[in-house]
Design a protein around this ligand. Structure first.
Ligand code: FES
Length: 76
């Protein structure tokens, strides 16, 4: 099942990192990530949520699909 992201999002860039705030599957999350981190990499590697996968990494295959405020988006 694709992770569901809801609520308000905040991203503050400092140097090459971003301090992000979001809600994932009902849990508030605040993390510092590299600016080039994809959403699917963040979900899988930082949060351990492996429901979305990395496939083509070009927005074609849909393996990285997540729901953001109920809308299907690509995580890559
Ligand atoms: S990995 Fe294929 S669309 Fe994102």
């Amino acid at each position: 099942m694709a992770p569901q992201l809801r609520g308000c999002y905040e991203a503050v860039m400092t140097d090459r990192a971003l301090d992000i705030t979001l809600r994932v599957n009902g849990e508030d999350v605040r993390e510092r990530v590299e600016a080039r981190t994809t959403l699917v990499d963040f979900l899988r590697e930082t949060l351990g949520l492996t429901g979305s996968h990395i496939g083509c990494e070009h927005g074609v295959c849909g393996a990285c699909t997540v729901l953001v405020d109920g809308t299907v988006v690509r995580g890559c």
